[in-house]
Write a protein of this length. Structure first.
Length: 504
């Protein structure tokens, strides 16, 4: 039996609704295969079993923003659920869980949160008392959700401030803390010099498709020039990802082997060997594999994904025993897993890699958001904090290798998708995206990330609006003029450097 929801807006039943980014979700907030569609005036979740299931979708929570949110898991039943009520229920439940995880119950200075939570809870209780008048119940639930979304962000930042102060007091910051990912195909001299002079390290992509466009032909000229410049200026390099099996990371000539794992393994091995040998003297850390769990271009089994990860990391270690190696998690919220047969959930992959004897030093994590694409819908700060917490038990440091959000609220014809992504359709953090909001978001996310003791460094995802991944996502515009986010990042960098030098 499917799970059905009625949807209300301002207390009125909605009979025409486009569910953006809608997915079925199982235990531990892990997306599962299932079809979500709006038909006959109801949001319907069809799946193959009768287990309790949640639904996640892009939802306008009013003043706090438009976010990809989820309901509690619900058993199938004849009568439809009230979507507004179930979204509010999940957020309140998650706040209680995290207050416990973060030891914020009865914490001094946290009383104001208790009062706000009580207000949100009371509104929700009133909504439950009016379930026989679903429009009124939905109105109360909407108020509860807006209040609890705002509260949860405040809680996340309050908790971050506590941990950040603790980390600062113990001098637990590394020296190379703020980096930036560049586009290694951009050869503009000002672009290169500015990034080399103003960051602690550079994430330098060395993708398979870019470096080996033809089976027997290597095209390394652009990367050679970058490596030479960064080595001359003594800027540490995180190279890679070397092997990424998403649609844009695999050379076209490889697709004839998409059902031949042995050949894929051999070709990937050969590529990694050549690249590592070529740049071994200049590179400080290798981002060996990225997003293998997301199953985009090749249908690999779980065993094959783990085997490929282990083999390629081991190969780098054989060539360079002291090299620092990263295994990267892309799409950490796992929406891709809602498609039947697509990869494995990101945290399951991370746990297995950490436990399966893979000899790597750190996880890389990419957090790019604000566009209408699975994996990139806007999430609020509380959701980001909950996500990062999942890495706390894995026993490896985390490097955020690409953090990004838009600086504009419309599509950008010059980005890598040629304007196919419109941020106004991908969610809203408090208000429509603009350059000032991008800087505010960055400030909050960096503080949140660095409050986690296992997050060692953060790299912004796009240096400038030149062949960038997110519309207006660069720190500099297309004329290489600094945006507010660039100035904010330099301010943060200075602050973290001071905290590092005060060590001991």
């Amino acid at each position: 039996m499917p799970i059905k929801f009625e949807i209300y807006r301002d207390g009125n039943r909605v009979m025409n609704f486009n569910p953006v980014g809608a997915i079925a979700i199982g235990p531990e907030s892990v997306p599962i295969p299932g079809e979500v569609a709006f038909r006959d005036g109801q949001l319907v979740v069809d799946k193959t079993d009768d287990h309790a299931t949640a639904v996640g979708l892009l939802w306008d929570s009013g003043q706090p923003g438009v976010y990809h949110v989820e309901t509690t898991r619900l058993p199938p039943r004849e009568q439809p659920y009230n979507l507004n009520v179930e979204l509010a229920r999940f957020r309140l439940m998650r706040i209680v869980q995290k207050q416990e995880d973060w030891n914020l119950f009865d914490f001094p200075r946290a009383e104001r949160f208790t009062q706000l939570f009580h207000e949100a809870q009371t509104l929700f209780a009133d909504a439950l008392g009016k379930l026989d008048q679903p429009g009124d119940a939905a109105k109360l639930a909407d108020q509860s959700l807006a209040l609890s979304t705002d509260l949860s962000e405040q809680l996340a930042m309050f908790h971050a401030e506590l941990l950040l102060n603790r980390r600062r007091a113990s001098g637990a910051f590394v020296k190379h803390v703020i980096g930036c990912r560049v586009n290694s195909e951009v050869q503009n001299q000002k672009y290169k010099e500015t990034v080399a002079d103003n960051f602690d390290y550079v994430v330098l992509p060395m993708g398979w498709k870019q470096l080996q466009p033809e089976e027997q032909a290597f095209n390394t000229e652009a990367v050679d020039e970058w490596v030479e410049l960064l080595a001359r200026k003594r800027v540490p390099i995180i190279a890679g990802p070397l092997i990424s099996l998403d649609e844009g990371g695999v050379p076209d000539w490889m697709f004839i082997w998409e059902h031949d794992f042995d050949t894929l393994r051999e070709m990937a091995y050969e590529f990694v060997q050549k690249v590592v040998q070529r740049y071994r003297r200049a590179v400080g850390a290798w981002n060996v594999v990225s997003g293998l769990h997301a199953g985009a271009a090749f249908s690999l089994s779980f065993e094959q994904i783990i085997e490929l990860t282990r083999m390629l990391v081991a190969q780098v270690k054989t060539l360079l025993p002291n090299a620092k190696t990263l295994v990267s998690i892309t799409h950490p919220f796992g929406e891709y897993h809602a498609k039947a047969g697509a990869g494995v959930p990101p945290m399951l992959y991370a746990e297995m890699v950490a436990q399966a004897g893979v000899n790597f030093e750190a996880f890389g994590v990419e957090l790019e958001m604000g566009v209408p694409k699975p994996g990139n819908f806007t999430r609020d700060l509380f959701q980001l904090s909950c996500l990062l917490d999942k890495f706390s038990t894995l026993g490896r440091p985390v490097y955020l290798t690409a953090v990004s959000a838009p600086a504009r609220n419309n599509s950008d014809p010059d980005d890598q998708t040629s304007g196919k992504l419109d941020p106004s359709q991908g969610g809203r953090w408090h208000k429509p995206w603009d350059p000032m909001l991008q800087a505010e978001w960055m400030d909050a996310v960096y503080k949140l990330a660095f409050s986690k003791p296992y997050v060692e460094s953060v790299a912004w995802g796009n240096f400038a609006d030149l062949s960038h991944t997110i519309p207006g996502g660069g720190l500099l515009d297309d004329m290489l003029k600094p945006k507010p986010s660039y100035l904010k990042l330099q301010e943060l960098r200075e602050k973290f450097h001071q905290w590092h030098t005060k060590k001991g």
